[in-house]
Design a protein. Sequence first.
Length: 370
Amino acid sequence: MQLMQKKVVDLHDDVKKYVPEFRGDTDLPGKSGTTFFQLATHTSGLPRNTPADINFAKQVDKWILVGSPDSLLEASSKKELLQSLKFIKKEYPEYELMSYGDRHYSNLGYSLLGIALERAAKTDYADYILNNICKPLNMNNTGFDANSLENNIIAKGYYFDEGNKVFLHTPVFKSNSALYAGGMFSTGTDLAKYISFQFQNSNSANSILTEGNRAMMWTFKIAWKPSYPLVFHEGHILGYRSIVTFNPEIKLGWVVLTNTNDFEFSRLNEYFHQLLSPIYYKKPVPDLKEYTGIYQLEGGYGSMEIYLRNGSLYSTYLKEILPETPLISTGNNRFKAQGKGNYNVGYEFIQDENGEIRMLNLGQLKWVKQ
């Protein structure tokens, strides 16, 4: 998104422009049929992983099934991944229609995306992330792969052996070509800074990524996964599981990091949401006087008045044909004026960040309080 903001790349660039090793499903010269946007939103139809990771998959299965003594789980190298790209074909239809919040998650797609982006930026991927995102946000305890630390402060991973009812230390994970889809370490404090950044509107925050582009990521499922009213991303490898969650409307979020796989994040997320969200949601306007005033259409195309009489709200909208009857509350900041039969005129008042009424949606048009 930063490179797009700087016009280094475009979301609709074909990935083959930067990764010619990827043939894709088309014979068109210079085209693979797969774009940055598809990779970033997991809508490309690509498989979850590269076949070059067969040894990695076997390492994990052997460790879990027979307790192999391996002390290192190692994903395929970048060279091996690039060599496998000529065999990669789509597994699903691109942009396949799925339930909201679901997707065909592709680690391979993110590795392909990451390699393309580091080539476009002419910078090592890990260095770019640390220098352009982590350092400006003061995420000083975040990095890639445990062996990049001078001292070993990474929490040890555990796997619960159901048969023997014991927790076992898991092998160290070396991400290699999976670096672009995983392999980062961080802390709760650092990730809290990242959540906070999502809501900041300042020159320093917008220089990292503008408010509009951050919101675009949430809405179009670029990296983030929506579960309205929440936005989140979770991930796991053997021995670790994590989730970052936030609510854009009330600017509230949380992060959970665990050093085991077996953890019910969906239940915990719902618990936090139900516990915390009601405290932070904007309160209804307590005084009807807050709704009163002159409301004008943008550009001065018309105006109307909301006024208070005998403890009820009234409106001058269509006063020449509608009887003077009080507006009826239909919910938080919503009212209706009785029309004809089942047809009513609806009023939706909009609060600003300070909880003050500043706008009104009426007749599918926006009216601004003067």
